[in-house]
Write a protein that binds this ligand. Structure first.
Ligand SMILES: [Mg+2]
Length: 229
């Protein structure tokens, strides 16, 4: 692993515990909508709709500006609720923006690795949410730059995200760059197409569904702290 001179790291479920952030934000939303619909139904429907809408973002058929209200429009339609999707969309953004929970070992990884080589975060997400969370988090001092899809105007696996990271890093040999992430369809496929090595964070041991294998596969970013230094 010592050959790398730049690390591109996905944010959510790679360094940040987004599941926790989302759960905390959902808890507030559930309280506000309590009585309207059973909690389990609300959570399950939200996850189904949100998962589908982020796939549309990866495919380029949905953008994150529209997504904010659209996921609540679909949720309220599915549940027959008459609330304002715009209002709840923005409220949810503000709840998500405060979630800085890190995955175990992530802070140590960023601290040790950044002492030797730069780390750039490359994330598909809503700019307000991601920037606010990353800026307030404990890993901020170790991150050279933050590339967010909403600001780039394209989402991983699109090469423009990697172009933006390379532009931020300065001249860099692709063989010396590693992309680390938990998503096969955005992080790993994007890295492969860009011609850089990839490291798949796969905590549940899911099967690889891509035609090629990632360069490395790990259960958690904590496994990398030793190998990188
Ligand atoms: Mg991720």
């Amino acid at each position: 692993m010592g050959k790398y001179e730049l690390i591109l790291a996905d944010a959510d479920e790679t360094i940040f515990d987004f599941a926790m952030t989302e759960r905390t934000a959902m808890d507030r939303l559930v309280q506000e909508l309590s009585g309207d619909v059973p909690e389990e139904v609300l959570r399950a429907e939200y996850h189904r709709i949100n998962g589908a809408i982020w796939k549309e973002v990866e495919l380029g058929t949905m953008d994150t500006r529209r997504l904010r209200a659209e996921r609540f429009r679909r949720l309220f339609d599915a549940l027959g609720l008459g609330h304002s999707p715009d209002d709840f969309g923005e409220r949810f953004i503000s709840y998500l923006s405060t979630g800085t929970f890190l995955l175990e070992g992530a802070e140590e990884f960023c601290r040790t690795v950044s002492a030797r080589i730069p780390i750039i975060i490359v994330t598909n997400g809503i700019a307000d949410v991601q920037r606010s969370r990353i800026e307030r988090s404990a890993v901020r001092p170790y991150i050279r730059d933050i590339i967010i899809s909403e600001e780039v105007g394209a989402s991983k696996p699109d090469a423009r995200m990697f172009d933006a990271a390379f532009a931020a890093a300065g001249r860099m040999d692709r063989s010396r760059v590693l992309m680390i992430g938990d998503s096969l369809s955005s992080d790993i496929l994007g890295g492969m197409r860009y011609g850089i090595d990839t490291c798949w964070v796969n905590p549940r041991g899911l099967p690889n569904t891509l035609p090629d294998a990632p360069t490395y596969q790990i259960k958690s970013i904590a496994e990398l702290s030793d190998g990188m230094t």
